[in-house]
Design a protein around this ligand. Structure first.
Ligand code: ADP
Ligand code: ZN
Length: 215
């Protein structure tokens, strides 16, 4: 069983959806985006700082994000295997993670890269709704909840993220292309990369990846 995993891919590729499914296999889910949104909801200093970047589609500064992940990955529950979702997103983050995983002796076993066509990303993000309470993602056309506006998993209210608009999405996609995409080579060179096609339905993709992780 592969233990310590990074999920990579552009915004809208389905990292969050896949992560929520993989939790059932026992992984601890660490989403920097969810952590920032929690901090924003709580109104903390970190939240205020993160919000000023996130709402425009910009990346939160590396030193802030790296500090947050260091603290989280060092906690005891991560010993059973973790799923990093949305981190690393820049080369300095990937380098800091490499150093940290050595120090705490929890090496990355595999990097799952989700490929997705750009038109599809725009379609997915344009119609995305998210549970305010647990973060579960839905889509207004293709992944509707059983009851309109209500999360199937926890009953929380669904909302549209304030960075899921056309303008912020353009910025997010350009950060992805310029800063995150180069990490594909970074992990390819280390022999850790595994590519999957996220245009498959989410159930088929989950089955394929779950099988791969158990092999
Ligand atoms: P998505 O993958 O759909 O773009 P996330 O929920 O992963 O969304 O992230 C939302 C936002 O949170 C990002 O656009 C960015 O502003 C911030 N963020 C999340 N992870 C990182 C990170 N590793 N480094 C910098 N900023 C981040
Ligand atoms: Zn929910």
């Amino acid at each position: 069983m592969k233990r310590n995993i990074i999920l990579m891919g552009p915004p809208g590729a389905g990292k969050g959806t896949l992560a929520k499914q993989l939790i059932a296999l026992g992984y601890v889910h660490i989403s920097t985006g969810d952590m920032f949104r929690e901090a924003i909801k709580a109104g903390s200093e970190l939240g205020k700082l993160a919000d000023s970047y996130i709402k425009h589609g910009d990346l939160v500064p590396d030193e802030v994000t790296i500090g947050l992940v260091k603290e989280r990955l060092s906690q005891d529950d991560c010993a059973k295997g973790f799923l990093l979702d949305g981190f690393p997103r820049t080369t300095p983050q990937a380098e800091a993670l490499e150093k940290l995983t050595k120090e705490i002796n929890r090496p990355i076993d595999v990097v799952i890269n989700l490929d997705c066509d750009k038109n599809e990303l725009v379609r997915r993000i344009g119609g995305r709704r998210v549970c305010k309470n647990c973060g579960a993602p839905y889509h207004i056309d293709t992944f509707k909840p059983k009851v309109d506006g209500v999360c199937d998993l926890c009953g929380g209210p669904l909302y549209q993220r304030n960075d899921d608009n056309e303008e912020a999405l353009k910025v997010r996609l350009s950060h992805y292309t310029n800063q995150t995409k180069p990490l594909i080579d970074f992990y390819q060179e280390r022999g850790l990369l595994a590519n999957f096609d996220s245009l498959k339905g989410s159930e088929a993709l989950f089955d394929e990846i779950a099988k791969f992780l158990k092999s």
